[in-house]
Write a protein that binds this ligand. Structure first.
Ligand SMILES: NC(=O)c1ccc[n+]([C@@H]2O[C@H](COP(=O)([O-])OP(=O)(O)OC[C@H]3O[C@@H](n4cnc5c(N)ncnc54)[C@H](O)[C@@H]3O)[C@@H](O)[C@H]2O)c1
Ligand SMILES: [Zn+2]
Length: 719
């Protein structure tokens, strides 16, 4: 029996008929999923391949073309949930071209049809093909009266209420517009709005959407128009239906008219006449594509002169005067050759799929991130199933990879039919591949779910973590040592010679001393020279004194980023006080612990991470050696000593009416006060607005002075 791989040239008539029947049903099914449900099951490239196969077979066996052939149909039937609208003029599809050769053929066919010679110049417009859903919007006497989806090209769905919520679509036309106007174009969702929507869905623990096009279509076809209104849809006008009067006689002229009426039109639309110019514009739009805030899947060429369009006319499902030049698919099939594990600074184990190289949208892809163990198993961040039916990813699997712009390639799905017999599910390592320490997944105390990240417990023992730690230590917001970047760290870390090796941060500061006593000279090594070595030593020496917050940040404690490091430096003032407090917090109770937790901005997760860090003797050893070389400066005392709140610990609570919480905090800190998030024995003053609750009770318990906002302004008056 023939299959989709059998060359069309050798199909028997019987086989061809059977395959055409199969394709008609399969394409109709996918049309319904895509256009009807906004939930396609296969990629656009796969869908286009089915369509092409159908066309090729029909071209060889014209007598077998079926009445229900996909080459004669547009879209899918309108959903019965919406009232039907019969289009005054059909809304058709476009013929596709995939190569420069196809484009030349298209242009030649236009010349041929019109009986023109190649040196008669026929103008074409070239404009991006927006990946949204097409809409026909009817105006009578300047007022929007109805809006319809394309449906099956003849009958669409009445979505007037939904379309009225789209800001970019005018509900009235300016005076002077013809009595009947039908504007056609594409409703779409901006990529940025799509990402924001998905972020919101994820934050609410809801299922996220797959892509902007399906989301736009789904958002528009809502029975409740207020849902549509909340979705920020946009519009590009590029065509028209019934017009009681034509305001222009070219495609390009009509676009100008639509623009004048207040419709957004695409700024990359151009009028060109030579094929080479058309192809050059296609490349230009292709290059701009990753940076556009909306998805496009090709460039549409249309004969510019409307009189010529009329002469060229239509085929059953598309105009003869236009074609869509598609971009190469940004998805492709390849196989997973193996799965490697990378180890980061905090010990996170990240799986990476090594792929058989494949070109995706013009770029060769060899790797794809697999994020974590759950992702490989087919489980998303909130426990939901990802990929179709939660397919897991296995070594040897054929997968669909996708590249969108500069984003790291993703594995979109697994082709289950091609899974090798006897394949086994991937077993995530239980030990670190670099140091062989145990790798664990912590349990989130709040949700009870396992953390998605698997971590190496090796800490300083782990070479991978050690080298990433060093890179963090010298990074821009930490020690920022000029001439000591990621590349140099790799070199020094791997160096065998003891006078060159940098394995932990203190080694950076003993390098010059060790070198002075050694015969292996850094300046003789490729990539270094006398001058650059001297510069490096100077840069290192320049950091022997460093701001406390940078020092704390450089330690690379989990969850302690720049902001937290600043808060800690400010709260403790000196490194000695900071370290002492962290050690004293070890029991996770007592005064030091509650003081740590009362620092505004420092949450319990951060506090715990610091306590853990300071419990580890190896960390203390490294810090001890580091402090022999480096002096963290005491955090600048910002205390305006004359102010009545200088040196005091203040807590703001309740709803403040005369200042925002941030303002209050900044004001207090400027006056030398320390602002805490909760009331403890150490609190000197509580400023309470209306609705202050438990903090007020605490204040009474510790007999802390409580004042209201007015009292606060009275107190600091003049300072
Ligand atoms: N994955 C699937 O299962 C599946 C199923 C059906 C269709 N599809 C995809 O949908 C598309 C086919 O649908 P189609 O029949 O709408 O054909 P089409 O996308 O090839 O072209 C026609 C449509 O392009 C749109 N368009 C965007 N910008 C335009 C412009 N500047 N000028 C004119 N038209 C413009 C219009 O909405 C028009 O109806 C293909 O991309 C196909 O891959 C995918
Ligand atoms: Zn390790």
């Amino acid at each position: 029996m023939a299959n989709a791989k059998t060359p069309v040239e050798i199909l028997t008539e019987e086989e061809a008929a059977a395959e055409l029947a199969f394709l008609a049903a399969e394409i109709a099914r996918n049309d319904e999923l895509y256009h009807g449900q906004d939930a396609p099951e296969i990629s656009d490239a796969d869908y286009d391949a089915l369509k092409r196969r159908n066309e090729e077979i029909e071209a060889r066996f014209p007598a077998l073309v079926r009445d229900d052939s996909p080459s004669r149909r547009v879209g899918s039937a309108p959903l019965p949930t919406f009232a039907p609208i019969t289009h005054s003029r059909p809304m058709l599809s476009l013929d596709n071209t995939f190569s420069d050769e196809d484009v030349r053929d298209f242009v030649a066919s236009v010349y041929r049809f019109l009986g023109r010679l190649p040196d008669d110049s026929i103008a074409f417009t070239a404009e991006p093909k927006i990946d949204g859903l097409s809409m026909s919007i009817r105006y009578e006497n300047g007022r929007l009266v109805s809006a319809a989806t394309r449906g099956d090209g003849t009958t669409g769905e009445n979505v007037t209420a939904n379309v009225l919520t789209i800001d970019e679509i005018p509900s009235r036309l300016p005076a002077g517009a013809p009595a009947v106007v039908e504007v056609r174009g594409e409703v779409y969702m901006a990529k940025s709005d799509f990402l924001a929507l998905n972020e919101k869905m994820a934050a609410e623990g809801k299922q996220t959407y797959v892509n902007p096009r399906n989301t736009a279509a789904g958002s528009l076809r809502q029975l409740d128009a207020s849902v549509t209104a909340s979705r920020k849809l946009r519009f590009f006008a590029y065509a028209w239906g019934e017009m009681s009067e034509m305001p222009a006689d070219t495609q390009f002229g009509m676009i100008g008219v639509l623009k004048g009426w207040g419709f957004p039109v695409n700024p990359m639309t151009q009028r060109l006449s030579r094929v080479e110019e058309i192809i050059a514009h296609y490349r230009e739009i292709g290059l701009a594509r990753p940076d556009l805030d909306y998805d496009i899947d090709g460039v549409v060429y249309k004969v510019d002169e409307l009189a010529l369009q009329e002469r060229l006319g239509f085929r059953s499902r598309s105009p003869r005067w236009a074609t869509a030049h598609k971009f190469p698919a940004e998805q492709a099939f390849t196989t997973v050759e193996k799965i490697d594990i990378q180890v980061g600074r905090t010990g996170a184990l990240t799986p990476v799929a090594r792929l058989t190289p494949v070109t995706v949208g013009g770029v060769v892809v060899t790797n794809a991130t697999l994020h974590n163990a759950d992702y490989i198993e087919g489980i998303g961040n909130s426990g939901e199933r990802i990929r179709e039916e939660g397919h897991d990813i296995r070594i040897g699997d054929t997968v669909i990879v996708q590249r969108a712009g500069d984003v790291i390639p993703q594995v979109l799905d697994v082709v289950m039919e091609k899974r090798p017999a006897g394949s086994v599910s991937y077993e995530f390592p239980k030990t670190c591949p670099v140091c062989e320490s145990h790798a664990v997944r912590e349990r989130n105390e709040k949700t009870g779910r396992l953390d998605s990240v698997t971590r190496c417990t090796g800490g300083f023992v782990c070479r991978a973590q050690a080298v990433e730690h060093l890179k963090h230590f010298v990074s821009r917001n930490a020690f920022d040592i000029e001439g000591l970047g990621s590349k140099q760290i790799d070199f020094f870390f791997e160096a065998e010679d003891a006078s060159l090796a940098i394995r932990t941060a203190p080694d950076i500061f003993t390098l010059e001393k060790r070198q002075a006593a050694s015969l292996t000279r850094l300046e003789n090594i490729d990539g270094f020279g006398k001058v650059s070595v001297r510069k490096l030593y100077d840069a290192i020496d320049a950091r022997r004194s460093i701001a406390l917050n940078r020092f704390i940040y450089a330690l690379g404690i989990r969850h302690v980023g720049e902001t937290n490091a600043k808060l800690l430096a400010r709260a403790y003032g000196t490194y000695a006080a900071f370290e002492e407090a962290m050690k004293a917090s070890a029991p996770l109770s007592g005064e030091a612990w509650s003081e740590l937790n009362s620092i505004d901005g420092i949450g319990e997760v951060v506090a715990r991470a610091m306590v853990e860090f300071y419990k580890e003797p190896r960390n203390l050893d490294v810090i001890g050696r580091l402090l022999e070389e480096v002096t963290p400066q005491a955090a600048e005392a910002i205390v305006a000593s004359s102010s009545p709140v200088a040196g005091k610990t203040v807590v703001f609570t309740g709803s403040l009416e005369k200042m925002t919480r941030d303002e209050a905090k900044a004001m207090a800190e400027r006056l030398g006060a320390k602002v805490a998030g909760s009331v403890s024995k150490k609190t000197d003053l509580v400023v309470a607005g209306p609705g202050a609750g438990s903090k007020l009770d605490k204040a009474r318990e510790f007999s802390v002075e409580v004042i209201d906002e007015d009292g606060w302004f009275e107190l600091i008056k003049g300072s």
